[in-house]
Design a protein around this ligand. Structure first.
Ligand code: PEP
Length: 253
């Protein structure tokens, strides 16, 4: 039985006050969410330590995540942050390959695979984001686009690495647009991903959590999370409001 996972991606939002309010609000409300659901939050790099202090003091089992990482361990990489630095702050989850990084920062499949490896080498869990654009969906290229991104990672990292990873299926046309994939559309792709993995390693396919991202909110979360192959959500905009985020987490229970 796969434990559901709901992760808030705060993107480039928040100041110290908002981070305090969000983390404290989520800590207070977390007991209302059943044990069947793991919760994670991904503040900006500079707010990770602030969030970590609050989470450690509260000790309620909320996972701390990062939105990005660099693949090298150390060196002359101005502006970058290494996986061991994140691990030292108590980070356990790291998003790699978010479509905003692929599109706005031209991250390649090879770089994303290297980041995935670096995250695991520091004993953290990568959340690998994959998803098709609107043009690809309209051209009926969803399966090809999603599986190409997945295969690019598998060929670099190996299928066994997915024992300890999360996959986030995020159709690009649904991110931050208010357009959500229908539960059936999302389930179809989640099943494709799991089936593809099963052809290479049945145990990995059965165990890996595949979460959905793209305008998840309290109004649509339950129907999405009820699908057989949807193991939770990666939540952007709706994770910046405590009641809304907690209500999404409860929908996974
Ligand atoms: C995301 O940031 O991964 C995301 C899915 O954003 P939103 O929920 O705002 O669409």
């Amino acid at each position: 039985m796969r434990q559901k996972l709901v992760v808030g991606n705060w993107k480039m939002h928040g100041d110290r006050d908002l981070v305090n309010r969000l983390v404290e609000g989520i800590i207070d409300a977390a007991p209302l969410v059943g044990d069947a659901v793991e919760i994670g939050i991904c503040p900006t790099y500079i707010h990770i330590e602030q969030a970590a202090k609050l989470l450690i003091a509260a000790n309620v089992g909320i996972g701390l995540g990062a939105q990005n990482v660099y693949c090298e361990e150390k060196g002359a990489y101005t502006g970058e942050v290494a996986a061991p630095m994140l691990a030292q702050l108590g980070v356990s989850l790291v998003i790699v390959g978010h479509s905003e990084r692929r599109e706005l920062f031209a991250e390649s499949d090879a770089l994303i695979a290297a980041k995935f490896k670096a995250v695991q080498a520091s004993n953290m869990i990568p959340i690998l984001c994959i998803g098709e654009s609107l043009e690809q969906r309209e051209a009926k290229l969803t399966e090809q686009a999603v599986l190409e991104q997945l295969d690019a990672a598998i060929s670099e990292i190996g299928i066994a690495a997915f024992h300890n990873a999360v996959i986030a299926y995020e159709p690009i046309w649904a991110i931050g647009t208010g357009k959500t994939a229908s539960p059936e559309q999302a389930q179809e792709v989640h099943w494709l991903i799991r089936d593809h993995l099963a052809k290479q390693d049945a145990a990995v396919a059965a165990a890996v959590r595949i979460i959905y991202g793209g305008s998840v909110k309290s109004a649509n979360a339950k129907d999405l999370f009820n699908q057989a192959d949807i193991d939770g959500g990666l939540v952007g905009g709706a994770s910046l409001e405590v009641n809304e985020f907690i209500s999404i987490c409860k929908s996974a229970d």
